[in-house]
Design a binder for this molecule. Sequence first.
Ligand code: GLA
Length: 764
Amino acid sequence: MSIIFDKTNQVFLLNTISSSYIIKIFANQYILHYGWFPKIDEWNDMFAAPVTGRAMSPNPEIFEGKLDFSLDTQPQEFSGAGITDFRNSSIEIKSENGTIATDLIFKSYRILKGKPQIPGLPATYSLKNEEADTLEIDFMDPLTEVTVILSYTVWKNYNAICRHTVVKNTGKYDICLEKVMSCNVDFCGSRYKMLQLSGAHARERHPVFRKLVPGNQGIESKRTASSLQQNPFIALMDYDASETRGNVYGFNLVYSGNFYANVEVDQFNMSRVQLGINPFNFEWKIKPEEEFYTPEAVMVYSQNGLGEMSRTFHDLYRNHLCRGKWQYKERPIVINNWEATYFNFNAEKLFKLADEASSAGIELFVLDDGWFGKRNDDTSSLGDWFENKEKLPGGLAEISDGIHKRGLKFGLWFEPEMVSPDSNLFRNHPDWCLHIEGRSSSLSRHQLMLDLSRNEVVDYLYERLYSIITENKIDYVKWDFNRSGTEVGSGTATAAEQMKVSHKYYLGLYNLMEKITSALPDVLFESCSSGGGRYDPGMLYYMPQAWTSDNTDGISRLAIQAGSTIAYPASSMSCHVSAVPNHQTGRQTFLAERGHTAMAGTFGYELDLNKLNPVELKEIKDQVEIYKTIRKTVQFGDYYRLENPWTESSDAEITDFTAWNIVSKDKNQAVFTIVWNYPEANAPADIIKLQGLDESKKYKLTCPQSKTIREFFRLYSPFPMPEAAFYPFENDIVVSGDLLMKCGLQIPYRPHFGSSIQIILNAL
Ligand code: GLA
C-alpha cells in the first residue's frame, strides 16, 4: 500500500519508491503539508512547521481564539482565498453574494486502488490496480457548501505523484470558479533554484535556472496553447543539485492550453509551488450538482539530480501516458518534403524524392503542407481538407499508391484547428472561428483559429480527417497548429460563458483527438505547433511523438533537444537531418553531426535528397542502417545527459561540447554521442564518464563513422584504458562498463572525424 494513514498523528504518508509526501489533518479542520522527503518509515509531528503566533498573521475564528494558529504561517495542501492566508490562493470561488473568499474545511477522505481517470481530459493512467493508489480528500466551503476534492495518485514504481482537483457544487446556489489550481505544494524553505524551459519559435525549451527570491516568480501561457515560449514544466532544485546529485522536484501540467506555473516565496521563506489552468480569461460557472475537473499535475521527486527526475518522467509517460499501438512500437524513419520543396511540389517531384528515400532505406514519406484546397503558399485554404487537384491531378490516391509501391509508408500534414479567411470553409461558416462580436479578428500567419468549443466544428473536422485518411490509406498524420489565439470568444456562447471558451476549446480538441485516434488505431500521429509549441504531456496522451522544433540546425538542436529531454522521452522527440546551409540559421555543419544529433530521438530527413552527391547519399544510407540497429535503445532506453549545451549561470553561454548516452533497458546496448558546439584549437584536457551502463558487463565499442576505432583510441584515449587501446581488433575494442563509468573517456582535443563522434556499445 503506497498510502498509509497514521491515525495517531492524523497524517497520511504517500510513499513512492523512494520518497514520502506527508499530509496532515490539523485539528480535524485544515489539511497541512508536512514535507516531501526521501522515503521515511514513520512520521513524527516534531518535524512539522511549529504552530506559534506570528505578528500580523490573523487566526481563523474556527479556533475561538484558543490557538495561535494562522493559515498564513502554515504549509498547506491547498490554499483558500481571502481567509487567513495572504499568499496565492489555490482556488477562488465567487459565491452568490459576489465575494471570492473561499475557506476549505476538511470533511472526509477515501483511499482507492488504482487511478481514476479525469473525464474529458488527458491524464496518466494505470491499467492494473496494483500499480497505484489514490487518496481523495474532501473539503467543504462553509458558506457556499461547495465540495473541493483533492486527488493524489501515488505510483508504486515511480517517484511520482499525480494530482488534480475536482470542484462539485454541492450547495444551493450557482457559483463561479475564478481560479483553481491542479496542485499546490508548500515547501518549508526557499534555498532552491527554479528551472523552467523557455524560448521562442525555433528556440524552444532552453533550460533557464534562477535562485528563488521573495515574492512571485513563474511562467505562464496566455496564447491558447501551452506555447513555444514557456513549457508547462518547472522544477525546484537544491542549490548544489546537478544532473547526478541533489534533491529535485519536477512539476508538469498535462494540459495544452493556457497554463500558470508559479513559485511564491513568502515572508518566512516558505515556497509555494502552484500549477494549473491560467486564471487569465477563465471563469467557470457551476450550477448546483455540476462539477469541474482540473487538468492533472505530475509531480516527480529525485534524490539524485535532474537526470533521474527526467528518466522518471520518461518512463511514466512512455508507460502510463502514451497509448495505443505505437506506444512501444519502434517509430519509422521519415523523409518529410517540407524543407525539400516547401509548397512547390508535384507528383513527379514527390516520387523522385521517394525513390531516393526508398533506396536509402527510409521507411515513411510525409507529404507536408500544400496538398489541399488551393494552397500554394500560407495565405489560403486551411479548413478545405480536400485534395488540390490542380497541383496533384491524380489526387492523393495516386501519391499514396506511388509511395506505397516504393516500399514506403505514407504520411500527411494537417492543420485541423485552423481556417484561412480565403477558404470555402470560412466563406460558408464565417462564425466557426474564435472571435468576439464587434471586434476585428487579428490574423496570424494569415489564419484564424476554429472554434472547437462548438460540436459542429469538431464533427466537421472528424468527418474530413477520417475520410481523407481512410480513403487514401494514410499511415501517419502530422497534426500542426500554427498560431496563438487572440480575440478568444465564441459565436454561440452567452456573455456568462465567454470566459469558458479557452478551456472548452481544449475539451473540444481533446474530444476530437480521442475520437480520431481511437477510430484509426494503426495510424501514427505526430503533434506539431510551429515546431514544439505544444510539446506537452496533454498532446502526448493522444499522439506519442511531437515535432521538436522548426529549427533543424544540428547545433541549435543540441539545446532544444537536451532541454526537451528534461521532461519528455526520446520516443516523443522527432528529429530530422536537413540541408546545409541550414534554412533557419545559415550554418554549415557536417552531415555526420546532423545525423548524430538527430539520432537522439525519432529519426528522419527533411531535405531534397536529389540535390545530394553520391558520397552524401551513401552516408545517409549508412546512417539509416545504423539507426535501425540502435533505434529501440534510443527511443525506449534510459537517457543520460552527460554534458549539456547550456550553463546554469546564463542561457546565452554555451559549453564547448554536448554529450549524451542512451542505454537500453537491459543495459546490453548504449549509444554515446559527443558533439562539439564550437570545436576549439588546442582545447584543455577533459574526461567524460559514461553513465547507466552495467559495470559488470564488457562492451564492444564501435564507432560507425570510422573504420579505425582502434586508431581513434590510440590517438586520443590511450589513458585510462590500456587494455582497450591495444586490443587486437581493427575496428572494435572491448572494455568494461565499470571502466567506462569510473575512468571515463578522454575527450579528443581535436575532433578527428568532424565535429561529432558516435560510439555504439554492445554488451558481449
Ligand atoms: C509549421 C511546421 C513545419 C511545417 C510548416 C508547414 O511551421 O512546424 O514543420 O509543417 O508548418 O506550413
